[in-house]
Write a protein that binds this ligand. Structure first.
Ligand code: ATP
Ligand code: MG
Length: 136
């Protein structure tokens, strides 16, 4: 099986959309392997979003992703799971996300775009090891 990291970000938990997101993934054919609700520690958030360090939105991004509990999970499918999840999510900017996608149907702002999904097979392996070292 082929795995990727999913985060329902604090805005999604605050808005009560964890079930909605998981239902969409499950209807597609992805399955939950493990998941937990947690306030992501700041050092973990910084490691996770290290590629964005120095960008203008970085400080706000870290404050946002750590402000209240997120639902962090590993999902799996037969193949290309990271790509399937990214397709279900839609583009980063919800204004560009088509109807039918999670961000297209449920979000309006880039800064609060509900979900994270790893953006490559390598990123999935790295991020799963970061949040769920017992699975790596
Ligand atoms: P994620 O990594 O959270 O799945 P993504 O891969 O679609 O999102 P990235 O380019 O990796 O997009 O950006 C990471 C996150 O940083 C975005 O999801 C968004 O929350 C925030 N972000 C990115 N660009 C901007 C921006 N221009 N203004 C505000 N926030 C931004
Ligand atoms: Mg990203």
């Amino acid at each position: 099986m082929n795995r990727t990291l999913l985060i329902v970000k604090p805005d999604g938990v605050e808005r009560g959309l964890v079930g909605e997101v998981l239902a969409r993934l499950e209807r597609k054919g992805l399955r939950l392997v493990v998941g937990r609700l947690e306030v992501i520690p700041r050092d973990l958030a910084a490691a996770h979003y290290a590629e964005h360090q120095g960008k203008p939105f970085y400080d706000d991004l870290l404050a946002f992703i750590t402000r209240s509990p997120a639902f962090v999970a590993v999902v799996e499918g037969p193949k290309d799971t990271w790509r399937i999840l990214r397709t279900l999510m839609g583009p980063t900017n919800p204004a560009e996300a088509p109807p039918g996608t999670i961000r297209g149907d449920l979000a309006t702002e880039t800064a609060e775009n509900l979900v994270h999904g790893s953006d490559s097979a390598e990123a999935a392996a790295r991020e799963i090891a970061l949040f769920f070292p017992q699975l790596a």
